[in-house]
Structures are given as C-alpha cells and as structure tokens.
Write a protein that binds this ligand. Sequence first.
Ligand code: ZN
Length: 133
Amino acid sequence: MVKKINHIGIAVKDLDQAIEFYEKIGLKVEGTEVVESQKVKVAFIPVGDTRIELLAATSEDSPIAKFIEKKGEGIQHLAFDVDNLEKELAKAQENDIRLIDKEPRLGAHNMQIAFLHPKSTNGVLVEYCQKKR
Ligand code: ZN
C-alpha cells in the first residue's frame, strides 16, 4: 500500500547555497549524507511529517548532473512511503508500469528504495521507499 509522501527530491547545483533558502524561510536541515551508489550528496529538511530532499551531484556522471543539464534545477522526484516494497513493485509490473529498479536497493536514510519510470507516470520520476527492516 502507498501510504503517504515521504519526501520531494529537488535537484540543485550547490547544496549549501540551496540550504540557505530553506533556512531563510524558517526550516532546518536534519542532516546530510553522501549516497555513493547515486553519486549524490543529499540534505534532508523536515516539513511537518514529510521532507524536502535536496540533491547535488558529486560527479559529472551522476544522474543529478544529467538531470540538471537537461532540465535545469528543480523538482526531480516524488517519493512515496510503501509498507511492502517488493509487493508494490510486483503490483506495478502487473499493471504494466515501467520500472527503473526491478529490485529494491539501498537509498539514503537506510531506506530500501526503487524508482518507477517517468514514461509510465506522466513525466514524474516516482520513488517508492520503505524503512529497512
Ligand atoms: Zn528520494
């Protein structure tokens, strides 16, 4: 079951500079983390019970660097909390939704994550995430 929005991912060129804006409007960074597999550095900013996830590339061949090159800075993905990631991925496949990740993998915050392809979601990169058990 898809439960709620866990976070909104925003691609930025400069993490520190981007953080400044959120601090100016009164929000606070909860932590930063480098996700080697994605070649990104992320900063989490809680907003109520959801979060903004700022993503900056750590390498030129990072998916975030490619995204910014193509589309510029901005909203990059939408992440939903699911209660059972394997089950939701199987369900998506049954419903002919194209998957980027057929198997869950490790994302930031020790979450199991998987992405659905924007071709199947009207252009929105959708992430499913589940707290690792
Ligand atoms: Zn995310």
